[in-house]
Design a protein around this ligand. Structure first.
Ligand SMILES: Cc1cc2nc3c(=O)[nH]c(=O)nc-3n(C[C@H](O)[C@H](O)[C@H](O)COP(=O)(O)O)c2cc1C
Length: 325
């Protein structure tokens, strides 16, 4: 049967679109998904959409042609909150084995092999999507918090010099970097029009910058509006929290608390790649009530000497104000 003009348009549009669906509890999977989206754009992908799983209607999945899932693990091998209803939908028994026929997909998981149920949501998702008839673009990738540079891989990092700097920034990037590289290559083989400028990703030209993720505005100390000056600790915490990705998933309405760190002990031996610490935090007001299993969200402040070095390096006025939005 011939497709109507509108249907052909949808078909053509969908085949040129890359959908990235992420589920994140504290922001890492979101960062990884956003990076994936930026790289696809750099490769000339005509349409990239990066969405949290909870914002995507699962019944629309069969209409997609290229989907990358980036999901982390929380609790004891549990999916992040934002994945729960999507996952429940996928587990329905009445979905046929051909439900996702024609969909190409890939899964990247973020986890920690110190947990018994290492990367369970990503592993289960990969199996289920495959079982519903979709085709893998590449084998699933698994990022591991335990790895010194984040991961278990077979590709020598020395073959990927331009990725090395990034891998040191973030633990799971060590796994993500080589996985992304094979994802882009395989995608390009399946549908070259999806990544017409793949060499911009595989051999990045650092002169080509994507759109900035945030807008930074500088104010001289004399032009700062009065309400921008954050001196009250509560306002300071509110402002820091507004930048935390975790806030998108946890806003229990509880008042934040300012705690004092009274112990900071390094548990790993000198010379070890890993820096595991024992912290003790004191609440002088004893206002915090908690139950066993509650998670503590920590909003760190910067090391003043690192801030001074940054100001000097960027030739900034130390009294100027900056807004980031
Ligand atoms: C409270 C908590 C529970 C976790 N449970 C697991 C787990 O059961 N299995 C696992 O592989 N990783 C587990 N992890 C590790 C996270 O999946 C990993 O740190 C990941 O990078 C977090 O990504 P996100 O920021 O996108 O949520 C857990 C992390 C936390 C903080």
């Amino acid at each position: 049967m011939a497709l109507s003009a509108a249907e052909s348009e949808v078909e053509a549009g969908d085949s040129g679109r890359l959908l990235v669906l992420y589920a994140s509890q504290t922001g890492n999977a979101m960062d990884a998904a956003e990076r994936l989206g930026r790289e696809a754009e750099r490769g000339g992908c005509p349409a990239v959409e990066v969405l949290s799983m909870e914002s995507f209607e699962p019944s629309c999945l069969p209409r997609e042609r290229f989907v990358v899932f980036v999901v982390s693990t929380t609790g004891q091998g549990d999916p992040p909150d934002s994945m729960k209803s999507f996952w429940k939908y996928l587990l329905q028994k009445n979905l046929s084995r051909q439900w996702l026929e024609g969909v190409h997909y890939a899964v990247f998981g973020l986890g920690d092999s110190g947990y018994q149920k290492y990367n369970f949501p990503a592993k289960k998702l990969d199996q289920r999507i495959f079982g519903l008839g979709a085709e893998r673009i590449v084998e699933k990738g698994l990022g591991d918090d335990q790895h010194p540079s984040g991961y278990e891989n077979e590709i020598s990092m020395t073959t990927l010099p331009h990725y090395i700097y990034l891998s040191q920034l973030c633990k799971y990037e060590g796994a993500l970097d080589p996985w992304l590289l094979s994802l882009w290559k395989s995608l390009n083989e399946i549908n070259p029009s999806l990544l017409p400028r793949i060499s911009n990703i595989t051999n990045p030209n650092m002169n080509i910058l994507g759109d900035p993720k945030v807008q930074v505005t500088y104010y001289s100390s004399s032009e700062v509006p009065e309400d921008c000056k954050i001196l009250d600790p509560k306002k300071l915490i509110k402002s820091a929290r507004s930048m935390s990705p975790a806030l998108k998933f946890h806003d229990d309405g509880e008042e934040p608390n300012m705690l004092q760190m009274v112990t900071n002990l390094r548990l790993t031996k000198d010379g070890s790649d890993r820096d595991v610490r024992h912290f003790e935090l004191e609440d002088s007001s004893s206002a915090i009530s908690y139950k066993i299993g509650d998670a503590l969200e920590v909003l760190p402040s910067q090391n003043p000497s690192a801030v001074d070095a940054f100001i000097k390096r960027c030739n900034l006025d130390p009294d100027c104000y900056i807004t980031v939005c």
